[in-house]
Design a protein around this ligand. Structure first.
Ligand SMILES: NC(=O)C1=CN([C@@H]2O[C@H](COP(=O)(O)OP(=O)(O)OC[C@H]3O[C@@H](n4cnc5c(N)ncnc54)[C@H](OP(=O)(O)O)[C@@H]3O)[C@@H](O)[C@H]2O)[C@@H](O)CC1
Ligand SMILES: [K+]
Length: 500
């Protein structure tokens, strides 16, 4: 499934319309019909004669809401409409849809000219609220009375259905700067937009359902963004029954410092969980003294200097560099040693900040490099604020791909994987994954897959899916509060199963 930015969608829309009279209205009708079809599967059926309130804005999203209301009205629902803009402010097609609806109902209210009591009453006694205030054309912040109305809708008992995107979310990046609608369902028109997945979108979407296509002409759009799932991650390679441990690769994890010895251990154990034959933590000898592993299957080897470190790397078929390493400058030399080796390397956590220095000393071209930053690490890598990355995560992922010739995994509720000319979005929000060690588990899985011979992008895609699925199983066992990194590790095998 392809994903577009709101700006790309606008271009697609304009290309499809191509100046043809009536075409944009036809698209609006198709959008409404597609949303109606989704709703008739989910909520209409047995629930006719219920109260529906459609809250509609002046743009095309409002027009979609009005056309949908007409279809629901024909179906036996009691429709009321709250317009958030005056008749004269409406876009042309939205104005046409309002006139079409007014043929069958008088229940049209206007935000500026209805009393607050009346508005509270129609919000309070609705069974369903259609949120068609703003779509992907929204920018900035909602304020004034509309902002209060949004909160009232969020507090209501009604099932809230957002059209295309919850109103108040910015279409390109899913950011929310004021209040926004919290939906039970978001029915996306035709194709997912980046704003449906990124930023704060997971807190507002409810369940996302993508409606059937409305016949948009995407022939000139650049299809570089896709949804990552168990299906698109591809299958695991079969394992040779006669293979021995060296056939399944040897992963080295360079990391750990005093007080942070658990991070590389989590990575190492996760590498084994993903199927690699051997997993070894390479740790500074001072920190080694504090290293207490619960896993005897993980080897732990201390080094005193970069020469010893390099020696220990010799048998590794892939490495993870950074978990729990700390900021000591002495590790810069180890990073150069690791990057000079001709093996895939996952640079994570405290390794990421060092990439700038390494880039000055090494040509990173043709390296098998994977970088796995979270938002804060990406911001540090580019010396910008976290807010800047949130504003345009796609830009930063693409920039990191280009700067470091790497596969980049920007971790978050929607993880974005970037490689040359392709971006993959893995949208499986799970707040239980936001816990210490979760990232170490991911880098270990990806490293473990690289050690077994998977290409970097393939390893990143599979690793993200395995990690996310394992997290879902951990949540099912322990809930989002109780689960921790160890629970994700315990479920890695369940994350692998759908890919076998
Ligand atoms: N192919 C497609 O994509 C199709 C798209 N379709 C539908 O169209 C939707 C996109 O429609 P859209 O472009 O008309 O924008 P939409 O989001 O309805 O309204 C934005 C309006 O709000 C305003 N506004 C903005 N910011 C604001 C603020 N902070 N505070 C207050 N006002 C603000 C802004 O006004 P302006 O600032 O420009 O004066 C503008 O008028 C899309 O989500 C989908 O539902 C389908 O119909 C068919 C095919
Ligand atoms: K909306």
């Amino acid at each position: 499934m392809y994903i577009y930015t709101a700006d790309e969608m606008k271009e697609i829309d304009e290309k499809t319309i191509g100046g043809e009279d009536g075409k944009s209205l036809e698209l609006m009708e198709k959008a409404a019909k597609s949303i109606y079809n989704v709703l008739s599967d989910r909520i209409t059926g047995k629930k006719k004669h219920k109260q529906v309130l459609a809250v509609c804005g002046k743009g095309n999203n409002g027009g979609d809401g009005l056309a949908l209301s007409r279809l629901l009205g024909n179906d036996g629902f009691n429709i009321r409409v709250l317009m958030t803009a005056g008749e004269k402010e409406l876009k042309r097609d939205t104005s046409v849809e309002l006139k079409r609806l007014e043929i069958s109902t008088d229940n049209v209210y206007y935000l500026g000219s209805s009393s607050r009591e009346l508005l509270d009453q129609i919000i309070g006694d609705s069974d369903f609220i259609i949120d068609a205030i703003f779509g992907t054309g929204f920018k900035g912040k909602v304020d004034g009375e509309l902002s209060d109305i949004m909160l009232k809708i969020n507090d209501s008992k009604a099932t809230v259905v957002s059209i295309d995107i919850p109103s108040g979310l910015v279409g390109n990046n899913g950011r929310v700067y004021g209040n926004a609608i919290k939906a039970d369902f978001t029915v996306v028109v035709d194709s997912l937009k980046t704003g449906n997945l990124l930023g704060q979108a997971p807190d507002y979407n409810g369940e996302i359902i993508v409606g059937e296509g409305i016949g948009l002409d995407k022939s000139q759009a650049s299809p570089d963004k896709r949804l990552l799932s168990g299906k698109t991650a591809g299958k695991m390679k079969t394992r040779r029954s006669s293979g021995h441990k060296y056939d399944f690769g040897s992963l080295a994890i360079a990391g750990g410092s005093i007080g942070m010895t658990g991070a590389p251990l989590l990575s190492a154990k996760s590498g084994l969980g993903s199927g690699c034959g051997l997993s070894t933590v390479l740790i500074d000898k001072e920190a080694y003294a504090y290293c207490n592993s619960p896993w005897p299957e993980v080897m732990i080897k201390p080094y005193a200097n970069e020469v010893e470190f390099e020696k220990l790397l010799e048998r590794a078929t892939a490495a993870v560099f950074g978990p729990g390493m700390g900021m000591d400058e002495k590790y810069d030399k180890m990073m150069i040693k690791a990057l000079k080796r001709d093996i895939p390397i996952v640079v994570d956590a405290d390794g990421i900040y060092r990439l700038n220095k390494a880039r000055d000393q090494l040509v990173l071209k043709d390296k098998n490099l994977i970088i796995t930053p979270h938002l804060g690490e990406m911001a540090k890598l580019f010396r910008v604020k976290t807010e800047d990355v949130l504003d345009d995560p796609i830009y930063f992922v693409k920039s990191a791909v280009d700067c470091y010739n790497a596969v980049v995994v920007l971790k978050g509720p929607c993880t974005v994987i970037g490689a040359k000319n392709e971006l993959w979005f893995y949208y499986k929000p799970n707040s239980g994954m936001a816990c210490g060690g979760s990232g170490d588990v991911l880098s270990g899985i990806i490293g473990g897959l690289c050690a077994q011979g998977y290409e970097t992008l393939e390893a990143a895609k599979k690793g993200v899916v395995i990690h996310g699925t394992a997290g879902e199983f951990a949540r099912a066992e322990k809930n989002e509060w109780g689960m921790c990194a160890g629970d994700i590790i315990n479920n890695i095998y369940k994350g692998i199963e759908p890919l076998v």
